[in-house]
Ligand binder design. Structure first.
Ligand SMILES: NC(=O)C1=CN([C@@H]2O[C@H](COP(=O)(O)OP(=O)(O)OC[C@H]3O[C@@H](n4cnc5c(N)ncnc54)[C@H](O)[C@@H]3O)[C@@H](O)[C@H]2O)[C@@H](O)CC1
Ligand SMILES: [K+]
Length: 247
């Protein structure tokens, strides 16, 4: 396996497939009652902790934009923004304006899972985080938000990506990629648009500076470190016993 030096090859992080990941997650829930909402909370907090470690005090001056899809990948990014908001506000002694935005690439009614819906509801009540939801006439405003960002959380698609990416999401991915080199692009779990198993770019994909993936790396990440960037693997509390194959 051609793992480059960026891959944090800690013990027990052998790569798995996306279907194995869904199985482990479902067993974690059905046998150990490790609800997805707990997995999402851990995933999002690992994302926030990574950015805080990476940027240290500088993070207080960064405009951070989370671009979220309608699934749980977006939910992870919503959790990360909540944690980042708490960290930054607690240190914002001079009450400087902080720039935290969430761009939801769907109407809130299209959010598909209870855990994403709950996290959207929480964020909706937090005035520290600017919310933009995609509608027919605000794509320019959304693109400007991305262009003015210092850090982008890519929470558009994770392991649930299928087929071609339609407009305007396709354009949003291009706008994000255009910022590479000036804005730090962190992919949540999988660079959006990358097939998590084959590592192929299905249609187009986010080219990330770093990818933080959960529980174990997926095979596709190791096959396309070019757009994955630095690969970080974080456990999210799923009982290891959930990995036991069905006997
Ligand atoms: N597996 C796990 O243990 C955990 C998974 N979590 C997150 O959940 C993610 C998977 O979430 P989901 O299964 O909800 O799916 P995703 O959030 O990856 O996909 C988002 C949604 O996009 C839509 N979609 C897929 N392909 C599309 C296309 N080509 N054009 C437009 N829309 C498209 C689908 O309807 C899907 O519901 C993971 O990547 C990870 O980030 C975390 O919450 C932590 C726990
Ligand atoms: K992603």
């Amino acid at each position: 396996m051609n793992i480059n030096s960026n891959f944090v090859d800690e013990k027990g992080y052998e790569p798995i497939s996306s279907s194995q990941m869904y199985q482990i997650e479902n067993k974690g829930d059905s046998i150990y009652s490790m609800k997805k909402i707990l997995m999402m909370e851990n995933a999002g907090s690992r994302v926030a902790d990574f950015l805080i470690d990476e940027f240290k005090e500088n993070i207080l001056n960064k405009s951070i934009v989370a671009v979220c899809g309608k699934g749980n990948n977006g939910g992870d990014a919503l959790v990360a923004m909540r944690h980042l908001s708490g960290y930054i506000l607690a240190r914002n002694k001079s009450n400087k304006k902080i720039n935290l935005s969430v761009i939801l690439l769907c109407h809130p009614d299209e959010l598909k899972t209870p855990e994403s819906i709950l996290n959207w509801q929480i964020i909706s009540k937090m005035e520290s985080i600017k919310k933009l939801t995609l509608d027919s006439n605000n794509i320019t405003e959304i693109e400007d938000e991305i262009k003015n960002s210092g850090i982008i959380l890519d929470g558009i698609f994770g392991t649930g990506i299928k087929g071609d990416i339609k407009e305007p999401i396709s354009k949003v991915i291009e706008t994000i990629n255009y910022k590479k080199g000036t804005t730090f692009i962190l992919a949540v779990d999988i660079p959006s648009g990358l097939d998590p198993d084959s590592g192929k770019i299905i249609d187009k994909a986010i080219s990330a500076d770093a990818t933080i993936t959960f529980h174990r790396p997926k095979h596709g990440l190791l096959k396309n470190l070019e757009i994955v960037g630095r690969l970080i693997v974080k456990k999210i509390g799923i009982p290891f016993e959930s990995e036991k194959e069905e006997t």
